[in-house]
Design a protein around this ligand. Structure first.
Ligand SMILES: [Zn+2]
Length: 255
């Protein structure tokens, strides 16, 4: 079986000591492609270095993470725009809205998301959305901008059956990760009602390690644990989950 990790911060500091080994471990379990969402100006260099060192396995996106949106967000967005004009990326991301930590910069987060949606449209790239405690706020912006040309993924989807239907209606996918394995994650009530065609798998490493590694550093080698849980909830063979989510990810990202 082969898998695609559609969302992994494998370039992060937490992998400084053993990144090559973590990537080799992932490859050994069939995690052949890993898409890397950018955070802000501090993550670009190490992300692109990781991609250059592992060009067949690691593929970069370009965007500004909502928790890095503050009063200087315009400067950050210029950098994103500049990079998108310079070379190919798999997607614009991760972008979106995060109301979990801080609501101070909500208007700036909304503005930054709108700008990045237009960049995605201009460069004909998918959008990777972060929607922590902000499904409605993010959905409002994406649905207003959707003219049929936008596609993307609601990364780390952990919403309701109704919200899953709204994502589908938008023509977007849901990124499913370690939360699916959590007892209190809520996805056991949602996933039985969705189609495999609407899902991609992700780790969001180094965060959100699936059970039985919950609370520890997450890494792409754990992606098959997520696939197994999704298979169980959808009552499908894990081989089918691997195959269809891989196809969905390749269709979405193209690169
Ligand atoms: Zn992320």
């Amino acid at each position: 079986m082969t898998f695609i990790d559609s969302h992994a911060h494998i370039y992060s500091e937490q992998f400084k000591q053993d990144r090559d080994e973590a990537l080799a471990r992932a490859m050994g379990e069939g995690v052949e492609k890993i898409y890397m969402p950018n955070i802000d100006h501090t993550s670009i260099e190490v992300m692109l270095e990781t991609e250059a060192r592992h060009p067949n396995q690691c593929i970069a996106m370009m965007g500004l993470h909502p928790t890095s949106v503050n009063k200087d967000f315009e400067k950050e967005l210029y950098l994103v725009e500049e990079w998108l004009g310079k070379r190919k990326f798999a997607a614009v991301g991760e972008c979106g809205i995060d109301l979990y930590w801080d609501k101070t910069f909500l208007p700036q987060q909304q503005e930054a998301l709108k700008v990045q949606v237009e960049l995605a449209r201009k460069h004909q790239l998918p959008i990777v959305l972060h929607t922590r405690d902000s499904f409605d706020e993010t959905y409002e912006i994406i649905s207003a901008a959707q003219d049929g040309s936008l596609k993307g993924v609601f990364h780390c989807f952990s919403g309701t059956v109704e919200q899953a239907a709204k994502v589908k209606q938008l023509g977007f996918l849901m990124g499913i990760g370690g939360v699916a394995t959590f007892k209190n994650g809520g996805l056991d009530k949602v996933l039985p009602h969705v189609s495999l065609d609407d899902l991609v798998l992700e780790t969001d490493c180094p965060y959100l390690a699936p059970v039985p590694h919950r609370g520890k550093r997450n890494e792409p080698v754990y992606l098959p644990l997520v696939a197994r849980r999704v298979a169980e909830l959808l009552q499908k063979p894990v081989e089918e989950v691997a195959e269809i989510t891989t196809r969905n990810a390749l269709n979405l990202f193209k690169l």
